[in-house]
Ligand binder design. Structure first.
Ligand code: SAM
Length: 364
């Protein structure tokens, strides 16, 4: 693997063609590994296995990104980097929100767990006990899945017996057929995780995947996902690295944003009860998922530093760099929508039960 890896880095060839994993799947796992090192339990990322899965070879693949170095540095130094702290903070929210939804779904009777675009997701291992009576499907592109299987075997040993791997290209394959061929039972109470994926897919694939979930699962089943709004994608076009901030030569740009301020109408039209989607900037969500013992949020120290630096520049009479046309309007539109990057649990209504007031994905 090392040889293939060095060839890809030096020739900058397409990762998938070289049988290498998606670099964004390594990036987000590295960010979870980073957050899992925080000494404060209030903000620690619960994905303690990520730090074992992401080793030196994996970090080499993302060496042109701050996390490629961040994991090799002393934690208290690396967390001073605003990008590292901000991104790791988002992952803490995301991991905890999805973990909570998973536990709730299994307690409510879900027997099939489908992890779409699984990357280095460790839940089949971290929640082995909870999921003992469930079938777990990890669905992903072949190169990422094959790499992950090898890595997991090396560091964690054999996969749990209840885990089935399914290969897919969301942009080409019919996911319903692939899942059924792998043993997915139509109509069973199911829980889907679609974490960090739909922003990389064409709109048609996003719609088809959600339609499949809606039409092949029992009422009461749900899918938890994070997503960008279309406002985020538009705003990204005005920034140097685009929405998501992914290096351009990774060939994994964010291309899709869910329409509408927070996506509710879009999801409702596809047959889901979207609850109330939660913005990553929602102060209540930050309080619930990423608050330190001293009351500060995970990344507040770097945000304050950035604010102080901007203030100092103004006082010194240093003019800020000119903003691209439309930047402030795009920023205002995002503020009016309540955010640009969201988390939601979409539920398939159970019409046989008295109507429930499903007001929020989570009680905040
Ligand atoms: C940012 S990673 C997220 C991985 C994982 N869900 C997590 O949060 O750790 C994006 C994942 O989407 C998968 N993916 C992107 N486009 C895909 C496609 N067209 N078909 C199958 N998988 C795809 C990648 O292989 C990768 O595992």
């Amino acid at each position: 693997m090392r040889d293939t890896f060095h060839m890809a880095i030096t020739t900058n060839q397409n990762d998938r063609e070289n049988g290498l994993p998606s670099r964004t799947s390594i990036l987000v796992a590295a960010a979870r590994a980073f957050g899992s090192r925080d000494p404060d339990e209030g903000v620690r990322n619960p994905d303690l296995l990520a730090d074992r899965l992401i080793g030196p070879d994996e970090l080499m693949l993302i060496r042109d990104h701050p996390f490629g170095k961040g994991l090799l540095q002393d934690y208290s130094d690396a967390i001073q980097n605003p990008f590292v702290a901000g991104f790791a903070g988002q992952m803490i929210l995301r991991t905890r929100f999805i973990d909570e939804a998973l536990v709730r779904a299994v307690k409510n009777g879900a027997t099939q767990i489908v992890i779409l675009g699984a990357g280095f997701d460790s839940r089949a291992y971290r929640f082995r006990e909870l999921l003992i009576d469930c079938r777990v499907f990890e669905v992903d592109a072949e190169p990422t899945q094959e790499y992950k299987k090898r890595r997991v075997k090396d560091v964690l040993g054999d996969a749990p017996e209840n885990l089935t791997y399914v290969r897919i290209d969301f942009a080409k394959d019919r996911i319903g057929d692939l899942l059924q061929a792998a043993g997915f039972r139509e109509g069973a109470h199911s829980f889907f995780i679609w974490e960090g994926v739909c922003m990389y897919l064409p709109e048609d694939s996003v719609r088809k995947t959600l339609r499949m979930v809606a039409s092949h699962s029992a009422p009461g089943s749900s899918i938890v996902l994070d997503y960008a709004s279309s406002l985020a994608i538009e705003f990204g076009k005005l920034t140097p690295h685009g929405a998501g901030g992914i290096p351009a030569d990774w060939s994994e740009p964010w291309i899709y944003g869910v329409p509408g301020a927070n996506g509710s109408e879009f999801f409702r039209d596809l047959g889901f009860d979207p609850g109330i989607p939660i913005s990553f900037h929602n102060p209540e969500a930050i309080k619930r998922y990423a608050l330190r013992r001293d009351g500060a949020s995970y990344a507040s120290h770097v945000m304050e530093k950035l604010r102080a630096e901007a203030q100092a520049r103004i006082q010194a009479g240093i003019a800020p760099p000119p903003l691209p046309e439309g930047f402030l309007d795009a920023q205002k539109a995002i503020a009016a929508a309540g955010g640009a990057y969201w988390l939601a649990e979409l539920t398939l209504p159970d019409h046989s039960k008295p109507s429930q007031t499903h007001t929020s994905s989570v009680e905040l």
